[in-house]
Design a protein around this ligand. Structure first.
Ligand code: ZN
Length: 89
């Protein structure tokens, strides 16, 4: 299943054809040189989720929307983004 990188959540439910079921954080992550990150079943190693590594623009947008991982990544890459605090209009 191809999902958006920032749609992944450690608590999301993941199931495999082999009968394994668990949470997103229980899957095994593999990082390649390619811009695709895959998460595998810890039992049979099938690919359960694949995610394209986000572009800087996607990181910035997700950080501005308040995604914690995106905020971490944006800081790591020293991207400028508007802090996701809500100000009164
Ligand atoms: Zn499996």
């Amino acid at each position: 299943m191809l999902i958006e990188y920032f749609d992944f959540h450690p608590e999301m439910v993941a199931t495999c054809e082999c009968g394994w079921a668990g949470r997103g954080r229980d899957t095994e992550i593999e990082l390649y040189e390619s811009p695709v990150v895959t998460r595998h079943c810890p039992k049979c190693d099938s690919i359960l989720l694949s995610m394209e590594y986000p572009t800087f623009n996607q990181v910035r947008e997700a950080a501005e929307a308040g995604n914690e991982e995106a905020v971490r990544m944006a800081r790591m890459y020293c991207l400028e983004f508007k802090a996701p605090t809500r100000r009164p209009h």
